[in-house]
Design a protein around this ligand. Structure first.
Ligand code: ATP
Length: 369
């Protein structure tokens, strides 16, 4: 068992900078939790506090119900894998992996057994006699993982472990890490700024901004029901579209009005906006690019959300095409089928799937519906 509880954790650095604010988090045994957010949001600081590499300024950290604030990193039963791998250059792969076990005075036979087993899991059995400089980036990454695995820690902490790999290898290592997590049945806490890594690997995602947790949920919930504009914009690629609108009631309909355009809201959303007192208020309408259709391709017809837009940029991706559109000065991205004979400069009718739209409060930026 290795659950973690972070209770109101804060980190202020010596220069007074408040890097992590009131972090509350319960991590269950065997979870794969991902801390994600833009550079400087405090995710590495949070991980380093869990590792014991950074002092906790305020709050309590429990591992398996034991308060560990003042416990040395080596006594926390965790293993950390760093972005730069931190391998010893003069040692072979075997010795790099065996190092921690030798320090623990484990017998030679036991060390050999553990290193060989981990090497098998990671498919690096043939590399055990090489030095780190004789390895590719992906192989070094595996060795760094192997060094953590042999210690059989209760918790694995990983700080951007894939960021030095090329795009193809990153994709491959993503699925290998997910498999490794299933195989080891151990708690993983993983830091990244890459929303795709978070969406594809995490069983739960913690989105952070400016030292504050914005939302904690499983990947599907984060994507489908973002708590605020920041989470909605950060998670998902291409990014969610945002349109500043005013909610207006006219002739029995509830409209989202912007520039010279108006969109009729479907009745469920209209009624919710009314009951929440949003008539006459400024909101931000959010809609993902895959929920905007070229009207001629739309799988449904809804005249209330047809808009005319000009194609600014066209991006051919093979299986689909991204269109970057302009409606007056407003930018919108949509994904269409690749066979569309549309050119930059053309105008096009688009239909927004308003059942899939999100409405955010303009002032608080929190989700309304
Ligand atoms: P990145 O993805 O760039 O690594 P991060 O989200 O992991 O970013 P942290 O490394 O946790 O961010 O840093 C959070 C904030 O704390 C940053 O603004 C950073 O400049 C600041 N910070 C980090 N270390 C110190 C320090 N020793 N003294 C003062 N401020 C620091």
């Amino acid at each position: 068992m290795a659950g973690l509880t972070l209770k109101n954790i804060n980190k202020s650095y010596a220069n007074g900078f408040h890097a992590v604010k009131n972090l509350d988090l319960d991590i269950k045994d065997k979870e794969f939790v991902i801390l994600v957010g833009p550079s400087g949001c405090g995710k590495s600081t949070s991980l380093r506090m869990i590792a014991g590499l950074e002092e906790i300024s305020d709050g309590e950290l429990y591992i398996d119900d034991k308060l560990v604030n003042d416990i040395e990193p080596k006594d926390r039963d965790i293993a950390m894998v760093f972005q730069n791998y931190a391998l010893y250059p003069h040692m072979t792969v075997f010795d790099n992996m065996a190092f921690g076990l030798k320090l623990r005075k484990m017998s030679k036979d036991d060390i050999k057994e553990k290193v060989t087993e981990a090497a098998k899991i990671l498919n690096i059995e043939d590399l055990l006699n090489r030095k780190p400089k004789e390895l590719s980036g992906g192989q070094r990454q595996r060795v760094a993982l192997g060094r953590a695995i042999v210690r059989e820690p209760k918790v694995f902490l990983m700080d951007e472990p894939l960021s030095n790999l090329d795009a193809k290898l990153r994709v491959q290592m993503r699925s290998e890490l997910s498999k490794l997590h299933k195989r080891l049945q151990t708690t993983f806490i993983y830091v990244t700024h890459d929303q795709t890594e978070a969406m594809t690997m995490g069983t739960r995602i913690v989105v952070m901004k400016d030292g504050i947790v914005q939302q904690v949920a499983d990947p599907q919930t984060i994507y489908a029901s973002p708590a605020n504009i920041f989470v909605a914009g950060f998670m998902g690629s291409p990014q969610m579209n945002f349109i500043d609108c005013k909610i207006v009631e006219k002739e029995g309909q509830v409209l989202a009005v912007f520039a010279n355009n108006q969109i009729v809201l479907p009745s469920i959303k209209a009624n919710l906006l009314k009951s929440k007192g949003y008539i006459g208020k400024d909101v931000v309408l959010g809609i993902r690019p895959n929920n905007i259709y070229s009207t001629s391709e739309a799988p449904f017809s809804y005249e209330g959300s047809v808009l005319n837009a000009k194609i600014d940029v066209k991006e051919l991706l093979g299986a689909e095409t991204n269109l970057y559109l302009k409606i007056n000065e407003i930018d919108l991205t949509c994904i269409v089928k690749p066979n569309l004979a549309l050119q930059v400069g053309d105008t096009i009718d688009i239909t927004l799937d308003m059942n899939k739209c999100h409405i955010f409060d303009k002032a608080t930026e929190k989700v309304v519906l």
